[in-house]
Design a protein around this ligand. Structure first.
Ligand SMILES: [Cu+2]
Length: 400
């Protein structure tokens, strides 16, 4: 074979390899778009192929958008002008067409011009930005104050002032979404990993002050449609606010890398009308009164196991698994000597104080009844068949 023939041959090989690569790329993109096609825009949340920010729902978010586009356009215009002049000058005065370098006399008006013009531009950018920043930080005169506590990996909400004062709950990723994620093949769901069991409910057109803090590591409370993002720092209190101008569901996520399940602590804010809010508060308060379990109540085994099953699903299954077998360093509860021990105090101590330096968290924030229920559930599930009941009073006594 002559060299030319060889070259042509290897070129042809390369060409077909390239074609194959191109084909698989097209196939891959095809598969991707067909998946994407099934997921629809989530109203108030992310949209398919979204490039811009979420549609704003608060005055602050509107201002932020305006600032963003204002700066963007300004910078783009400056960029085009500066680089336009630069490249034009370089090309026009190049050496190859006979130009010679010149010593520049720098007249004072040029010096002044290129100092004053940028200064004016910077002031023109800083003024509106500062105005919005100051407004963003003004948390005075709020109608409602809610504390948001970041925890690995959920949000606790406590209504501490205003209508609904006293309401408190924990907001956790919906368990079906965790199951979907674990399966590695999630269905095309619009609110994938954004669905929670208890959304934060607030009234429309009211100033809501959010106080953020955290129990363990730094988290951040962020809802893009509100233009709100605030770190939640253990041992510190920070605040932010929003006044939603539209009812609907709005979504956000923890925005500070906080551990392995950072992506599993979504934020769902339900903005409702004033009447709906009042109705929700009344209903919630009734439910709380009903659930404010009397720790001296004596439970039957079946009732307590049933109650414990939901406590387990919401708080323990993420680590210990639904089948109680744990994984790696997470000890199994199925067959655990501590769980099955006739001395309930052993398990109670682990529950109240945690273990292994916090790898097993302390569960003090659960009520006596919830702890008694989840312990009774563990003592009577899977292969654990102790028939033992831990009554809330035992937990209450152990707390001291
Ligand atoms: Cu977090």
């Amino acid at each position: 074979m002559s060299t030319t023939k060889k070259t042509v041959h290897s070129l042809r090989n390369r060409w077909s390899a390239l074609r194959a690569a191109g084909a698989s790329l097209v196939l891959g993109v095809g598969a991707w778009t067909s998946v994407a096609a099934q997921v629809k825009d989530l109203p108030g949340g992310p949209a398919v192929n979204q490039l811009n920010f979420h549609p704003p729902v608060t005055r602050i978010a509107v201002e932020q958008h305006w600032l963003h586009w204002f700066m963007m356009v300004l910078c783009a215009v400056i960029f085009v002008i500066v680089f336009g002049v630069m490249f034009y000058s370089i090309l026009k005065h190049r050496k190859s067409v006979g130009h010679k370098s010149q010593a520049l006399a720098e007249p004072i008006w040029v010096e002044l011009g290129w100092t004053i013009v940028p200064l004016l531009i910077v002031i023109g950018m800083a003024l509106p930005a500062t105005k919005v920043l100051v407004a963003q930080k003004d948390t005075t005169n709020s109608d409602l104050t809610i504390k948001a506590t970041g925890m690995q990996w959920k949000w606790g909400y406590d209504y501490i002032k205003g209508e609904g004062e006293g309401i408190g709950f924990v907001s956790t990723l919906d368990n079906s979404h965790r199951v979907m994620s674990n399966s590695g093949k999630p269905e095309a769901t619009d609110d994938y990993l954004l669905k929670v069991d208890n959304p934060l409910v607030v009234p429309v057109d009211r100033k809501v002050r959010i106080i953020t803090t955290a129990n363990d590591v730094i988290h951040a409370w962020m809802v893009p449609a509100f233009g709100v993002k605030q770190d939640a720092i253990p041992g510190f209190v920070r605040d932010t606010w929003f006044r939603a101008e539209k009812t609907g569901d709005f979504y956000g996520q923890c925005a500070e890398l906080c551990g392995k399940e950072h992506a599993y602590m979504p934020i769902h804010v339900k903005v409702v009308t004033a009447e709906q809010y009042t109705a929700w508060v009344t209903e919630r308060q009734k439910a709380m009164a009903a659930a404010a379990d009397d720790p001296s109540k004596v439970w039957t085994l079946t009732d307590l196991v049933k109650r414990g099953e939901s406590v387990y699903a919401a708080n323990c299954a993420a680590c210990h698994q639904a089948n109680g077998k744990g994984a790696g360093p997470i000890k199994p509860l199925d067959g655990s000597a501590i769980v099955t021990d006739a001395d309930h105090l052993k398990m109670t101590t682990v529950m109240l104080n945690g273990a292994a330096g916090g790898a097993m968290p302390a569960w003090k924030q659960l009520s006596d009844t919830e702890l008694a229920a989840v312990m009774t559930f563990a003592k009577n599930s899977w292969s654990n068949k102790t028939e033992k009941i831990v009554q809330p009073a035992e937990v209450q006594a152990a707390r001291k």
